[in-house]
Design a binder for this molecule. Sequence first.
Ligand code: BV8
Ligand code: ZN
Length: 249
Amino acid sequence: MEFDPQRLAQARHLVVFSGAGVSAESAIPTFRDALTGLWENFDPARLATPQAFREDPALVWGWYEWRRMKVLQARPNPAHLAIAELARRVPRLTLITQNVDDLHERAGSSSVLHLHGSLHHPKCFACNRPFSGELPEPLLPEQGCSLEPPRCTGCNGKIRPGVVWFGEALPPHILKEAFKAAGECDLLLSVGTSGLVQPAAQIPQLALEQGACVVHINPQPQTCTKPEEYSLVGKAGEILPQLLRQAFA
Ligand code: BV8
Ligand code: ZN
């Protein structure tokens, strides 16, 4: 059975749950692809940790500044723009992202729930204060380099990326709001995520369990186990604009 795009037009509360795949067409490497050049021999789940930062702060800070540079050079793609347009078309939309870039915001989305934090809000590794200084525009070589992190003006501790590392808890209030939306929505679009990382990967399952319709949008076909679960195989930047045309033309 095919997914009927009219369900988008009939949605009462739509949740969009996005992963790195939604930024892929903005040339932002997905989490696994981000390990090239200097970092190509690192396992992301090992580099995106407090231990790695403790061991070699310049290596980790350099990786995040390289990724932030990629984001500053990037532009939102049709997938981000379609999601921002959806919010203007349905009665209620909750946007939950695993991404640490600000491309949803730059496409016009607001109140984005960042489950894994953001590249754009660095904070102090020692006292947790937000970094009050100005980060210079990162001009790193394409293959990347180590970069000493700036210091906290409050306690002189090392500044770290404002992201949630493996082994760190997700922001409780954001996770609670995301679970609540998944628990009460009638339609959830899961866009560009491999669903490997916990607890974020529970979001589509929670929606399915309470009877919502869940649609996966990914070039990799997703296994659908429930009657109300669909897999649209393709790029988000192509499928989402097409769904909008079919639903709201
Ligand atoms: C926690 C921020 C507890 C950092 C990220 C077993 C062993 C060890 C650990 C665990 C385990 N089981 C669970 C865990 C815990 C661990 C975990 O899940 N590990 C995984 C590896 C198994 N989880 C945690 O540690 C979490 N914290 O559990 O804390 C706790 C509780 C209380 C108190 C203290 C502690 C924290 C997880 C958050 C980690 N941080 N990001 C950073 O970005 O550097 S996760 C990071 O990886 C991304 O945010 C993303 O969410 C995730 C995966 O990245 P990608 O693979 O790039 O992206 P994605 O999965 O979205 O895949 C890309 C998809 O896009 C693909 O499917 C591809 O086909 C598709 N695609 C490609 N092109 C397109 C496309 N789709 C559409 N259109 C296209 N054009
Ligand atoms: Zn500090």
